[in-house]
Design a protein around this ligand. Structure first.
Ligand SMILES: [Zn+2]
Length: 459
């Protein structure tokens, strides 16, 4: 199927800009799909979009392989189940996959994420060696998948060495994740080569967690890989915090901060269990907190004090993480609802400058997400990529609403069909809510899942 063409001038009846909604705006694009100007004149537009236009959402935390087991961990076996028992099932799923399977899974997932409003994925990739192949094979599978369906990608190859705090030995099922420092540096440099000539691909750094890397070894490694985003799972589970306290006498964010200066390159994934001092430190550091509310709810992690972070001027972004859900609207809805349940208030995360929950949350998460992934995205202004989500203005629940209320409605009262089009770098990949390759890729995904589903479910 031919790749979509890139128009030079795109008319938007309503455009969500960094300074708010603007009517009748024209995005001027260069031949790489970057925005070069935003003008109020619509006379020479090549394309006229049919509904309000918002920036594509940036997904700062995805594990593509976990899409395989979406919905398959709802069976209770021994006891109530926990993050840790879920993790055993997930490890069993990894053991079934080849790099080719991962490519298929990721293509399908990224297609679904595009339909859900995510135009850029941050893939936190640790199942490096699948079916005996080398680490480059699985990373390349992810890069090819993103290219096939047309999303931007920041690949975050994971450094993973230990099975727990105190340099505990890894379990057998964690063996495909392990890379020694020299091998890890080699992989990152191979991926840098892969990114040459691929403007939508970035390569970051991702120490898995303070369980899986020793912080002093991390402090030695990071200067070898300067100028990149750094992502880490930081404090997802109470048992993780407890183990850090037992081994190091302090909590994970504190332990990290004692060895490494947090700054704006850092994205702290699941900073769920922080104390007041840690939260204050994160907010002051310029680091971004990466939250994945549907996965955090599914795994029984807990609720992060997001409103407290914003009150202190901190920054957040969102991720689809286990990819149980693929809608950016759904992720933001649960983020807001969690804070309402904590505070017994409504519209908690509305920005001081805004009045609407939808545009406040969307702009904040997309803008900081783009910074977390080192991508020129997340804001519709010159110098950024034309990554666009067009709302379906003719949907029965949206028809006739002002743009702000349309975005509120999509996020808080989401129904199928509320997203009309999704564009990346000035190319339209989703029309009438369906990705252009959905029909071509569906059978392959279904065959893969049917082949593996029984084995995953039995783990
Ligand atoms: Zn994760």
């Amino acid at each position: 199927m031919a790749a979509p063409v890139t128009p030079k001038r795109i008319h938007c009846p309503w455009l969500l800009t960094p300074s708010g909604w603007r009517a009748d705006q024209v995005l001027g694009l260069d031949d790489k799909g970057m925005i070069v100007d935003v003008l109020g004149d619509d006379e020479q537009a090549d394309v006229r979009l049919p509904g309000p236009v918002i920036p594509g959402m940036v997904n700062v935390h995805s594990h593509a392989h976990q899409r395989l087991m979406a919905g398959l961990s709802g069976r209770r076996s021994k006891g109530a189940g926990s993050f840790w028992s879920w993790r055993e099932q997930m490890y069993a799923a990894v053991a079934l996959l080849s790099p080719q399977d991962l490519a298929l899974l990721a293509s399908w997932l990224y297609l679904e994420l595009l339909e859900g409003g995510y135009t850029c994925q941050g893939e936190f990739h640790y199942p490096h060696r699948l079916a005996g192949a080398d680490a480059l094979a699985s990373s390349t599978a992810l890069v090819n998948a993103a290219e096939q369906v047309g999303c931007a990608l920041t690949l975050l190859p994971v450094w993973y060495r230990y099975g727990g705090f105190g340099k505990a030995a890894v379990a057998e099922r964690q063996a495909p994740f392990i890379l020694e420092a020299a091998d890890y540096l080699g992989l990152v440099h191979q991926l840098d080569s892969l990114a040459v000539g691929r403007p939508q691909l970035r390569v970051g750094v991702a120490p898995h967690s303070l369980r899986a890397v020793a912080v002093e070894e991390l402090a030695d490694l990071l200067p070898e890989l300067p100028g990149r985003p750094i992502h880490i799972h930081i404090a997802e589970q109470p048992a993780e915090v407890q183990s850090c306290l037992e081994h190091h006498g302090c909590r994970p964010v504190t332990w990290l901060s004692r060895h490494i200066d947090l700054d704006s390159r850092w994205c702290l994934i699941h900073a769920t269990h922080v104390d007041a001092a840690e939260l204050k430190h994160i907010a002051a550091s310029g680091s971004i907190v990466g939250l994945c509310p549907t996965t955090e709810a599914d795994l029984g992690d807990g609720l992060f004090p997001a409103a407290d972070l914003l009150d202190q001027g901190g920054c957040m972004a969102i991720g689809s993480d286990s990819n149980l859900h693929t809608s950016a609207a759904g992720e933001l809805r649960l983020l807001e609802w969690g804070q309402r349940l904590i505070r017994h208030q409504r519209n908690v995360l509305v920005s001081p400058a805004g009045r609407h929950i939808g545009s406040s949350l969307w702009q904040h998460a997309a803008g900081h997400g783009a910074r977390a992934l080192d991508q020129p995205a997340g804001r519709l202004e010159p110098g950024r990529r034309a990554d666009l989500v067009v709302l379906a203005a003719d949907h029965p629940l949206l028809r006739g609403l002002p743009s702000d209320a349309m975005l509120d409605t999509w996020i808080m009262a989401e129904q199928p069909g509320m997203v009309d089009q999704v564009w990346v770098a000035g190319q339209c990949h989703v029309e009438a809510g369906r990705h252009r390759l959905r029909d071509a890729l569906e059978a392959g995904f279904v065959e893969l899942r049917e082949r593996l589903v029984d084995q995953v479910g039995q783990a």
